[in-house]
Design a binder for this molecule. Structure first.
Ligand SMILES: *Cc1c(COP(=O)(O)O)cnc(C)c1O
Length: 385
């Protein structure tokens, strides 16, 4: 059976070009980037090149990039390291109700440690309203962390405006841009953010590697204690093949972005309109316009998201309901609840996220089978009849 993968917000396949770039660093170029000999220098050079490639995609200098084990670690490091190393900046932090758990749970951890935490509500479209942030700012606000685009419903935040409000209150601004880096133009200077997290496996790079951008002049301390790699900010022998792959993925994303962005946006639009126009009692979740290209998220009334996933899977179609991290639990996702959706409707959520390898035939296939799946499930539901 043909596999149709529409879960690119969970992870993406490694681009063959990325894989090929990585292979030598598992074989003859296996050196430790801290070694002084030829193999070490070769590895160091590869890491430096990747650092420039990542920096270039983000509009940052290589010196502002700290390689991490992924988006989760970058988010933890941004928030915890900044606050730990700037105790004079205040004890209040602000985030939003729809953040990824890597930000939300890090903030909750700090709240347990004595920080005051404000979790901002969002509009039914999933937007953090600038005025709401402005009102939440306090003299003691040290850090504001708001994601660029949401992984479940795709809403894109007005980051530049939000960062300006944080700066006006002398707080620094961090954004989790894991969903946008490689898909949309992300320029740290243009967005005026102080810290930004990215993850390689969301842009056709390998898993287990990512980065934190830290603007020059922002002081973060060491996050992992040890050998002092990454200018003392993140100890641990560099994942050289992973970093090389991440760099290559960033380079390819930059080259292909305009074409891919337009294509994903068009295919996503067709998929979304097809679903909404053929399946009754269906609503779009997330913002109708300001959303990630190729990200379709809807709720079907009277059905369970998990059942939809199983039925789609039997046709070889892979999607998700809420976020992959919360699938398997009975609670609807915190994101859908924060949009104000009632529990019973949030339970019927479906997320289809397209990627560069999806085709128009994939979209046709989903539009062909999904209405029947929903109808069959509804026919079995006592609530529907
Ligand atoms: C996937 C994701 C993360 C986590 O990144 P990992 O590299 O998988 O740890 C964080 N934030 C968002 C928005 C994500 O989509």
């Amino acid at each position: 059976m043909r596999q149709i993968y529409m879960d690119h917000s969970a992870t993406t396949p490694v681009d063959p070009e990325v894989f090929n770039a990585m292979i030598p660093y598992y074989n003859d170029r296996f050196g430790n980037a801290s070694s002084v000999h030829a193999l070490g220098r070769q590895a160091r050079q590869a890491v430096d090149q990747a650092r420039s490639q990542v920096g270039e995609l983000l509009g940052a200098s290589g010196r502002e990039i700290i390689f991490t084990s992924g988006g989760t670690e970058a988010n933890n490091q941004a928030i915890i390291s900044y606050l730990d190393n700037n105790p004079d900046k205040g004890k209040h932090l602000i985030t939003s109700a729809i953040e990824h758990h890597a930000v939300l749970d890090t903030c909750l951890h700090l709240a347990k440690r004595g920080y005051e935490l404000t979790v901002l509500p969002v509009t039914p479209d999933g937007l953090v309203e600038p005025d709401i942030l402005r009102e939440a700012m306090k003299p003691a606000t040290a850090l504001v962390s708001i994601m660029h685009a949401n992984n479940e419903v795709g809403t894109i935040q007005p980051i530049k405006e939000l960062a300006a409000i944080a700066h006006a209150g002398r707080a620094i601004f961090h954004t989790d841009a894991v969903q946008t880096v490689g898909k949309l133009p992300v320029d740290v200077k243009e967005m005026n953010v102080d810290m930004l997290s990215a993850s390689s496996h969301k842009l056709h790079g390998p898993k287990g590697v990512g980065c934190l951008y830290v603007s020059q002049g922002i002081r973060v301390g060491n996050f992992l204690h040890g050998g002092g790699q990454e200018r003392g900010l993140r100890s641990g022998t560099e994942n050289v093949p992973g970093i090389v792959g991440f760099g290559k993925a960033c380079q390819l994303a930059q080259i292909n972005m305009p074409e891919r962005q337009a294509r994903l946006s068009e295919m996503g639009q067709r998929l979304q309109e097809g679903i909404l126009s053929t399946i009754p009692h269906t609503r779009l979740t997330g913002h109708p316009v300001n959303r990630l290209p190729g990200s379709v998220s809807v709720c079907f009334e009277f059905v369970e998201g998990e059942s939809i996933l199983l039925m789609l899977d039997s046709y070889g179609i892979m999607a998700s309901s809420g976020s992959a991290c919360t699938s398997g639990s009975l609670d609807p996702s915190h994101v859908l609840l924060a949009l104000g959706l009632p529990h019973e409707i949030a339970h019927g959520s479906l997320r289809l996220t397209l990627g560069k390898d999806n085709t128009e035939e994939d979209v046709d296939m989903v539009l062909e089978v999904l209405p029947g799946i929903i109808q069959n499930l509804r026919n079995m539901s006592p609530l529907y009849n």
